[in-house]
Design a protein around this ligand. Structure first.
Ligand SMILES: Cc1cc2nc3c(=O)[nH]c(=O)nc-3n(C[C@H](O)[C@H](O)[C@H](O)COP(=O)(O)OP(=O)(O)OC[C@H]3O[C@@H](n4cnc5c(N)ncnc54)[C@H](O)[C@@H]3O)c2cc1C
Length: 459
């Protein structure tokens, strides 16, 4: 419960219309895109950095947890108020502060949605290249705090690679600016990077300067290949990376994904394949044609038994349809999905996918796997029914074993979606207590009273 005097003071800062306290309003902020849920005590919607400062000062004084929130599309429970407290909804802070065309960068408030930013940028002839599947809703603050990436991060990098400066309100109410518009900066600790992937545990990001790219109609081509063996598919993926083919996407679907997609879309996909691999190259037409041929050669040499290559963008779009339908197709199999995002070294992909199959069998659950093979980042997804409590339990157990397998292969429990609540219990296994304690000490320096998004990431 938030003391009524404090609610009054918060209303004094942001205006009563920007404070939500009715149960029905709070309900909308009690969940995110993960399986977790908990009611907040209050939602506050600041409109400026100064209002964020005042809210933080009041929360510290009263030792009330603050949970920054963008659109709540995270898949790890990052915005669930586990210990109660105040959700700080950043979506009113959505202004574009400055477009610097000379230096190819844009400064925005953290609550702006990627979709709105890109609409604005495209009108001016630019775009922000990080493209998570949630790009219609995700905010820049949420993307920075989860270090989001997308299908094309092989070419453009993840959010951290496209970030120049941050303005952050620290848990003591101070505003700091970290980073620089200069393309290179090595003066002192890289504090900007500390806030990337921090999931709102160190402070509230209020502004960001992002790198942008000129928007041009990009030429791209795609080649897809079906393999009878996972090992052959794995070798093909490794060789494409090792031989430095400049791919813009390198995606993977296992046989269960292929089956679900075929049933869902009616696309002509091979049911006897163990794996289907998709390679995309984009950029200058002549170079795209050259490199897509190189990729095709490797796929064939590594025993792909069906290869389809697009001759133009229309055909390339068609070849993407199967991979792009994966999530929707799987969601039709059973109503509740437990989706993971582990990442392993690329050479370990075949061993990892085999291991996932064994874990599924052992726990008697269906696990469907697809993902961003070029980055070793897969989405094993347990398809289950939450009404079947026993199956649900086996599903979560299987996902835990999958995370541990990824870590034991030299990988990580999260290549994309972050830790939040869902993966907190694997932090010690992945990093060891010594490293985790360093993280806890860092948190303490910034946030001695543990008010910033407490109960997350095992901190
Ligand atoms: C359908 C779907 C597809 C997705 N596809 C991808 C994908 O391809 N790649 C990928 O990486 N992720 C993906 N995601 C996960 C998610 O969308 C991203 O992580 C996204 O960037 C989160 O943005 P958000 O604004 O919704 O953040 P939220 O969910 O609101 O918050 C995420 C985290 O950031 C913190 N936070 C939010 N704003 C701030 C701020 N201003 N200051 C400090 N901390 C803050 C929160 O406390 C929380 O810990 C997907 C999710 C869905 C539902």
């Amino acid at each position: 419960m938030i003391p009524s005097q404090l609610v009054k003071e918060i209303k004094g800062v942001v205006g009563a219309e920007n404070v939500l306290e009715d149960e029905v309003d709070l309900l909308g902020f009690s969940y995110d895109a993960s399986e977790n849920m908990k009611m907040p005590d209050l939602v506050v919607r600041p409109g400026s950095t100064q209002e964020v400062v005042e809210i933080v000062k009041l929360a510290v004084k009263n030792k009330i947890p603050l949970i920054p929130r963008g659109s709540g599309t995270n898949l790890c429970g990052g915005t669930i108020p586990v210990l109660g407290g105040i959700i700080v909804d950043m979506q009113r802070m959505r202004n574009i502060v400055e477009l610097d065309e000379e230096n190819l960068c844009v400064t925005v408030e953290a609550g702006i949605k990627l979709l709105d930013l890109n609409k604005y940028l495209q009108r001016k002839g630019f775009f922000f290249p990080v493209d998570p599947g949630s790009s219609n809703s995700a905010t820049i603050g949420g993307m920075i705090s989860n270090n989001s990436s997308g299908m094309h991060s092989l070419k453009y990098g993840s959010t951290k690679d496209n970030l120049l400066e941050l303005e952050v309100v620290l848990p003591n109410g101070e505003i700091i600016s970290v980073g620089s518009k200069a393309p290179k900066q090595v003066s002192g600790y890289d504090l900007k990077s500390l806030f990337v992937g921090a999931e709102g545990t160190l402070g509230i990001i209020t502004k960001a300067t992002l790198k942008i790219k000129p928007f041009k109609e990009t030429f791209y081509l795609v080649v897809t290949a079906a393999f009878k063996s996972l090992e052959d598919a794995g070798r093909a993926i490794s060789r494409i990376i090792k031989e430095d083919i400049p791919v813009s996407a390198l995606e993977f679907m296992d046989k269960y994904t292929v089956r679900s997609v075929k049933e869902f879309t009616g696309l002509d996909l091979p049911l006897d394949a163990e794996a289907v691999v998709l390679v995309e190259c984009s950029g200058h037409e002549a170079s795209v044609k050259y490199y897509i041929d190189e990729a095709e050669k490797i796929l064939r040499e590594e025993k792909a038994y069906i290869v389809e290559k697009a001759k133009n963008i229309v055909e390339a779009e068609d070849l993407w349809k199967g991979r792009q339908s994966s999530f929707g197709a799987i969601a039709r199999v059973k109503p509740f999905l437990i989706q993971g995002d582990p990442s392993v070294p690329v050479s370990k992909l075949p061993e990892f996918v085999r291991g996932i199959e064994e874990i599924a069998k052992k726990n008697n659950v269906i696990v469907v796997t697809y993902g961003h093979a070029g980055e070793g980042n897969l989405h094993p997804t347990v398809v289950t029914d939450e009404r079947d409590k026993d199956e649900l339990e086996r599903g979560f157990k299987a996902m835990g074993e999958i995370y541990r397998l990824a870590i034991s292969l030299g990988g990580t429990s999260s290549g994309e979606h972050g830790v939040g609540l869902s993966k907190a219990k694997y932090m010690s296994y992945e990093h060891g207590e010594k490293v985790l304690n360093v993280m806890r000490q860092i948190k303490k320096v910034f946030d001695p009273f543990n008010i910033m998004n407490p109960g997350k990431m095992s901190l």
